[in-house]
Write a protein that binds this ligand. Sequence first.
Ligand code: SF4
Length: 76
Amino acid sequence: AQALLDEKDPQAAALGYVADSAKADARKYPKHDNAQLCNGCALWQSKPTEAQGNCALFAGKQVSAKGWCSAWARKG
Ligand code: SF4
C-alpha cells in the first residue's frame, strides 16, 4: 500500500491538508465544514468505504478518508 500523506509534506501544508477534517484551520479556511471529507471530495479516487485512498492532487501518496484540504470540491 502507498504511504499516507504527511500533514507536514510541503504540498499538503500549502493546501492546509489535515488527516482529520475536524482539525482544519477554521480561521484560515472559513468555508471549511466538518462534513467535508476526502471520501466525499470530487478529487477522491478510491472507494468511498476505504479508510485511506488516492487523491488526484497527491500522486504516490494516500490521504485519509476523513481528511480535508482547501482544494475540497463537492462531487458533481
Ligand atoms: Fe482530500 Fe479532496 Fe483535498 Fe484530495 S483534494 S486531499 S481528496 S479534500
